[in-house]
Write a protein that binds this ligand. Structure first.
Ligand code: 5GP
Ligand code: MN
Length: 335
């Protein structure tokens, strides 16, 4: 993978560009791809954003989201566009399998592949150019850096600012995590100069759910949470029937894992959700416990030191049992 600085000259002529992101895109994945989409389009490129799967309703208002194509619903169309692309940007993931069924087509694409990402252990040989920086708060912050380094500081618009603010806000837990360095606040100050409305972003993302989702959270906290005090760990497990009873959709469970870390003394929170085809884990930690490594070691996953995910093909009961087994190895680290 060559340095991103060597890539900029390739943008001097209009190009056919595809931007993609990890499956089930979150605020950072969707915000960063759309922020880059607006910037490149305004520069005269032909740009298409492809999502490997559907996404949460709470992202549905983002500027430009109506142009995003869902690979699951429009497979042939996406493959046609991918085939014609000169440049393929891969944002907020660093190994193709994070794009699920789109992965083999990305790997085989003839386009120049550019990585912009902040996850641990990137698969660098599979990208031509790129930047991977685990010290960054979000891929949105990295897209901002990309725009500035491409000489685009004066080209920041309200739409770009809205998209980049959204993902930075969601990936930093509203500017709370240690990754929120001074540079993040400086960027936000500059984004604010465009005049975009940050309060609206909060409303769209955090205050836009149905009553049933709040009732579901109450149910889960009461009936599906266990606190393992000897490991300073809290876990939660959600069954298919729970999701159905409360009409829970993609995105409705986002943030649920963070409740676990609000218990005094808890350093490790883990939630497993039965997603029909697999059991999906979300791991979060405070301080030194490395959940990226934990997810890699035991649940075929990865991510960041304090936020990661994984999976299991066992039943909910079995995978929770497995968790309780392996956590014993970490007793000293968690105390
Ligand atoms: P979440 O719990 O919000 O789904 O994911 C937390 C973080 O871990 C995100 O940055 C996400 O991209 C990453 N992540 C989640 N699942 C996986 C996985 O299976 N593999 C890897 N490498 N990263 C994951
Ligand atoms: Mn991210």
């Amino acid at each position: 993978m060559q340095l991103i600085s060597q890539f900029y000259p390739l943008l001097s002529q209009p190009k056919q560009i595809v931007i993609t992101m990890h499956q089930k895109p979150d605020g950072d994945a969707m915000g960063s791809t759309l922020g880059l989409y607006h910037f490149l389009r305004n520069r005269g490129h032909h740009v298409t954003v492809i999502s490997p799967t559907n996404w949460a309703d709470f992202l549905e208002w983002l500027p430009g989201i109506e142009s995003v194509i869902n690979f699951e619903g429009y497979r042939e169309k996406c493959l046609g566009i991918l085939d014609k692309a000169d440049i393929l940007f891969c944002l907020d993931f660093n190994i193709f399998h994070r794009t699920k069924h789109l992965a083999p087509f990305l790997a085989a694409a003839k386009a120049i592949k550019v990585l912009i990402d902040h996850h641990e252990q990137p698969d660098e040989p599979n990208f031509d150019y790129g930047i991977s920086d685990t010290g960054k708060s979000s891929t949105c912050e990295m897209v901002y850096d990309f725009i500035v380094e491409a000489g685009g500081r004066e080209e920041l618009t309200q739409d770009i600012a809205t998209c980049l603010y959204t993902g930075t806000m969601t990936d930093t837990g509203s500017f709370r995590f240690p990754s929120t360095k001074a540079s993040v606040h400086r960027m936000v100050a500059e984004l604010k100069e465009t005049g975009f409305d940050h309060s609206q972003v909060h409303n769209h993302i955090y205050d836009n759910f149905l009553e049933s989702r709040l009732r579901f959270i109450g149910f889960a906290l009461l009936n599906r949470m266990e606190v393992l005090y000897e490991y300073n760990t809290a876990i939660m497990y959600i069954h298919q029937a729970d999701l159905q009873k409360y009409h829970i959709k993609t995105g409705d469970t986002e943030g649920l894992v963070n409740y676990l870390l609000t218990i005094k003394g808890i350093r490790f929170g883990a939630i497993v959700i039965d997603r029909a085809e697999e059991r999906k884990w979300s791991f979060r930690s405070k301080g030194g416990f490395d959940v990226n490594q934990f997810a890699r070691n035991h649940f075929e996953g990865g991510g960041h030191a304090n936020a990661s995910g994984g999976r299991s093909s066992d039943s909910v009961e079995k995978t929770v049992e497995h968790f309780k087994q392996v956590i014993q190895e970490y007793k000293n680290q968690l105390q």
